[in-house]
Design a protein around this ligand. Structure first.
Ligand SMILES: Nc1nc2c(c(=O)[nH]1)N(C=O)[C@@H](CNc1ccc(C(=O)N[C@@H](CCC(=O)O)C(=O)O)cc1)CN2
Ligand SMILES: Nc1nc2c(ncn2[C@@H]2O[C@H](COP(=O)(O)OP(=O)(O)OP(=O)(O)O)[C@@H](O)[C@H]2O)c(=O)[nH]1
Ligand SMILES: [Mg+2]
Length: 427
């Protein structure tokens, strides 16, 4: 049992119940289970009048008997309904992600679909929502199940080759056919691994604003965020902590961080701010290097460990148009807003906004990448003909094992905890 509608008061709250005791909860609270899968307006335990939904298993989200009580969202109503449900013998509060976990355990969802659901609940932009929905509806599951079927085919051909090892031509045919199957599969896995668009979309494109003190970094952050997130002042060394905002540029999540101005000297606090700025910049997808247009000798951007740098000349309002436009990169004024649209367009383009969704479902997590690298490496060893047939067959088993971990078919107990704890209570 859980309050699925989350913390805080809403107009309507949803209490979700799953498990074999669900029918007993309904009998205790509303007298009887209503018509399955149809909303019924009922008195609920003398507490409220609300909509009741009854999903007898296995045709439910978790695959078990389930019910929903949709009641008025007031604190007293919710508290009384939750207590009334818990009063039924055997009922308890659900752990975070427990409904999804049961759906997984009952074969309703595979691990990639569960991850898709978690991402759907936390999606912040349209492109993230689309990607998460497709994954939650089996985009990756179907892809990986197809590959698993190919692997099984190759495995059985290799086994046949081993069984007929005294009939050289039969054995050779079977082994060659297994090689063809893997030979066709490997480039598909390589192409899938080469596509980083899914992880980038899920994680967001990370931009760090860096530059000398007082160049207008915090003013640019505020202009991008369209609100006063960071303190701006004419004093050099204003920003110390890294300040982050989440932007949605054409459906792409872009995470912009403002940092302390980089300069020599300064006190201990400022030095720590500078250390954080540099470390953040080195982990970014893009650094915006901000300089003051009125500065006669603008400081050149240092290297940030190979991270691409886009030069931004700010305070264009302080200089004549021709002087401001002469530098490379973006020229803008955080004060007047001139050039801001151009900066946003450039960020969107670099983040990959507007690129239509890739046809195939992409990798969205490091977990997928790690398992698929193991699959690929085993298959590469398989195609290496220096190994004997026994060892090559073993490589196929290793590949199938890692594919199984990906979809949750085999020994995933250690990853389950990590995945399901991402969910909020009630999911
Ligand atoms: N009120 C409410 N809204 C909700 C949910 C919910 O649990 N309750 N969902 C919660 O995530 C999502 C909808 N997801 C659902 C997924 C499967 C089933 C379900 O009953 N599946 C059965 C029957 C399928 C069918 O008839 O097509 C099954 O899989 O066997 C229900 C909701 C979003 N909206
Ligand atoms: N004229 C003009 N002034 C600006 C512009 N952008 C920022 N300023 C001013 O420049 C000063 C410094 O701005 P901040 O945004 O605090 O600069 P910063 O780079 O974050 O500074 P630190 O955090 O100290 O490194 C403030 O007085 C701003 O009002 C601009 O485009 N034009
Ligand atoms: Mg600042």
């Amino acid at each position: 049992m859980a309050l699925a509608s989350g913390a805080g008061v809403a107009a309507v709250a949803v209490v979700r119940v799953s498990g074999p005791g669900t029918r007993a909860v309904l009998e205790n609270l509303i007298g009887s289970a209503p018509v399955p899968r149809e909303a019924s307006l009922r008195r609920i335990g003398g507490i409220d009048r609300g909509l009741v939904l009854w999903f007898p298993g296995p045709a439910s989200f978790t695959g078990e008997d389930m019910a929903e009580l949709q009641v008025h969202g007031g604190r007293a109503v919710v508290k009384a309904v939750v207590e009334a449900v818990l009063a039924t013998e055997g009922t308890r509060l659900a752990e975070p992600g427990e409904f999804a976990r049961r759906a997984f355990e009952n074969g309703k969802l595979d691990l990639t679909e569960v991850e898709g659901l978690a991402d759907l609940v936390s999606a912040e932009t349209e492109a993230q929502r689309r990607q998460a929905l497709a994954q939650s509806e089996g985009g990756l599951r179907r892809l990986y199940e197809g590959w698993r079927a190919e692997l099984l085919k190759a495995q059985s051909l290799m086994e046949a080759g081993l069984d007929f090892s005294d009939e050289a031509d039969v054995a050779e045919d079977a082994t060659r056919m297994a090689g063809d199957v893997v030979g066709a599969l490997l480039p598909k896995i390589e192409a899938h691994l080469a596509d980083k668009s899914g992880e980038r979309l899920r994680d967001g494109f990370r931009v760090v604003i860096a530059g000398p003190p007082n160049a207008g970094k915090s003013s640019i952050l505020n202009a991008l965020a369209k609100r006063d997130v960071a303190i701006v002042s004419e004093e050099a060394g204003t920003t110390r902590d890294v300040i982050e905002v989440h932007l949605d540029i054409g459906g792409m999540p872009v995470i912009v961080a403002d940092t302390a101005g980089l300069r020599e000297g300064g006190g201990a606090v400022e030095s720590e701010g500078i250390r954080r700025a540099v470390s953040r910049a080195q982990g970014a997808d893009l650094v915006l290097w901000i300089v003051d247009a009125a500065e006669p000798n603008p400081e050149a951007a240092p290297g940030f460990g190979g991270v691409p740098v886009l030069s931004v000349t700010n305070k264009s309002d302080l200089v004549s148009r021709s002087a401001a436009g002469s530098t490379s990169g973006v020229t803008m004024s955080a004060k007047t807003g001139e050039g801001l649209e151009a900066l946003i367009a450039e960020l969107g383009q670099r983040a990959g906004a507007g690129i239509g969704a890739h046809c195939a479902a992409p990798i969205t997590r490091t977990r997928h990448r790690v398992e698929l690298v193991s699959v690929r490496d085993a298959l590469k060893r398989f195609v290496n003909h220096d190994l004997d047939s026994e060892l090559r067959a073993e490589e196929l088993r290793i590949a199938a094992h890692h594919l199984g971990r990906l979809t949750g078919r085999i020994d995933v107990e250690e990853v389950l905890g990590a995945i399901f704890s991402e969910f909020c209570i009630g999911k």
